[in-house]
Design a protein around this ligand. Structure first.
Ligand code: NAD
Length: 476
């Protein structure tokens, strides 16, 4: 039915020797899928020895050969996409069509890095003296400790693994305990493609215990974390105190600016699909919809209709368009956001309630008339809730959009080129996409500013974070 749950250390699938374990749950049914064992300190020591050995081996494999192995892994992921997607839906909840898109996107990410690793060019700097060559050489930074989350268990893991491996690094990755089966399927593809033992190691356990052991460890040279802002700040502080470089992909609270020169119903249809994708558990999920007062009623009316008519159900049912939330604590969190907003005067234009008493289902929800002090106006909801806000003036809406400490993705819709340029310049955001949903491709940089973190995944920037520059000056 589901899949076997093992860790992967030094090229072998192993049973962990930790004293604890946890049940993996199906979020559509609240039933157990299997038991996941936790790693012990002894297992982590084995993984550390393996990742050290793996780095020494892998950095010597030419970028060309590494590319061939990565391409093979991408082929295997594609060939196994249906199986991995099914496991992903069972453990995470998203509808199986979305799960398959995620797995195929993972194959694309591996493909892209298989090529980009071969283009990690350094440079020659003109010398002042005759006979001197000044060179900048890009080297892999070393063994990586990666921490990936449960909302996209496959693509969030592969962004770290593929980029690290393309750069010549090795990695210990702690994938999410709540959704362990699909990352196992992903890493099997790397194993079967011929990645040498020790280059990738996969562990599960108590996240804080693992990060506190791995980050300070002298073998680990680079940290990459995707998750919430508070945990990211904590892990970054730990990394900094040990002089480790870090990439932090943290939360967001994306604004969407909708001007009065566009088709409000067309944009509502596009952004409705984006809002409720993965039940809103997406760090770049559009959340604060600032709608020009002239098109507000049409936009909100259409958006609320989309929310009301979205078929919510078990992700394995092909009729379902939105699955359950990934875990019960997200349902409680969303319920609390809605209750808080209503207490403070907000109105519910669609949804607003949990569905049934089996599975972590919540209605696609649209809120209007929100006061600034509603929690959902300030904290990332990470669920299927959109808030609708009116605006009149461009300068005012830019100030409001930039008000929060988050700065991950922003969206805008306008036909006016001058307004578009002004928005692109003014938004305090790592990614701005205008008139379409154009982010998170393998070849484009993905990352935030402000509390949303730093460093990139995707694009050449996503490779560079796993490399360090060495300057060599040679006379003779
Ligand atoms: P959480 O803050 O407890 O955990 C978030 C992620 O960090 C999980 O994957 C968890 O395993 C990991 N984590 C937690 N403590 C850790 C530690 N000390 N060391 C290493 N890893 C650690 O919250 P949650 O309830 O699992 O998720 C809800 C919040 O997390 C959301 O509100 C959202 O902001 C954030 N989140 C963001 C992303 C993203 O893509 N940026 C993904 C998942 C969750």
């Amino acid at each position: 039915m589901y899949t076997s749950l093992e860790h992967y250390i030094d090229g072998a699938w192993v049973k962990p020797s930790g004293s604890k374990s946890q049940e993996v749950m199906n979020p559509a049914k609240n039933t157990s899928l299997g038991e996941l064992g936790h790693v012990s300190k002894g297992d982590l020591d084995k993984a550390l020895a393996a990742v050290d050995k793996g780095f020494k081996t892998w950095r010597k494999v030419s970028a060309f050969e590494r590319g061939k192995i990565l391409r093979k892994a991408a082929e295997l992921v594609r060939a196994r996409a249906d199986d991995i997607a099914r496991v992903l839906t069972l453990e995470q909840g998203k509808v199986v069509a979305e799960a398959k898109i995620e797995v195929l996107a993972a194959a694309d990410i591996i493909d892209w890095y298989s090529g980009e690793g071969q283009r990690a060019y350094g440079r020659i700097i003109p010398a002042r003296a005759d006979g001197v060559r000044n060179m900048v050489i890009l080297e892999p930074i070393g063994p990586v400790a990666g921490f990936s989350p449960w909302n996209f268990p496959v693509t969030q893991a592969v962004r770290k693994i593929a980029a690290a491996l393309a750069a010549g690094c090795s990695i210990i990755i702690k994938c999410p305990e709540e959704t362990p089966g699909s990352p196992i399927g992903l890493i099997r593809a790397f194993h079967d493609a011929g990645v040498p033992a020790g280059v990738i190691n996969l562990v599960y356990g108590v996240p804080a215990e693992i990060s506190e052991y791995l980050i300070p460890h002298p073998i680990i040279r680079k940290i990459s974390f995707t998750g919430s802002v508070p945990v990211g700040k904590h892990l970054n502080a730990l990394a900094a105190s040990h002089m480790k470089r870090a990439t932090m992909e943290l939360g967001g609270h994306s604004p969407v600016l909708i001007f009065d020169d566009i088709d409000p119903e067309g944009v509502a249809t596009m952004m409705g699909a984006m809002k409720f994708r993965n039940a809103g558990q997406v760090c770049v999920s559009p959340t604060r919809f600032f709608v020009h007062e002239k098109v507000y009623d049409k936009f909100v009316g259409k958006f609320a209709d989309i929310a009301k008519n979205l078929k919510v159900g078990d992700g394995l049912d092909p009729e379902s368009k939105m699955g359950p939330l990934a875990n019960p604590r997200r349902v409680n969190a969303i319920e609390a956001f809605v209750a808080d907003a209503q207490d403070k005067g907000a109105k519910v234009a669609a949804g607003g309630k949990r569905i049934g008493n089996q599975g972590n289902f919540f209605q696609p929800t649209v809120l209007t008339d929100l006061p600034e002090n509603a929690r959902i106006m300030n904290e990332e909801p990470f669920g299927p809730v959109a808030v609708m806000l009116r605006f009149k003036e461009t300068d005012d809406v830019l100030t409001r959009a930039n008000k929060l400490p988050y700065g991950l993705a922003s969206y805008a819709f306008t036909k006016d080129a001058k307004t578009a340029t002004k928005i692109a310049d003014a938004l305090e955001s790592g990614m701005v996409t205008i008139n379409h949903f154009g982010i998170a491709l393998p070849e484009t940089p993905f990352g935030g500013v402000k509390d949303s973190g730093f460093g990139h995944e995707g694009g050449i920037e996503g490779l560079q974070v796993y490399m360090q520059a060495k300057f060599v000056s040679h006379l003779g």
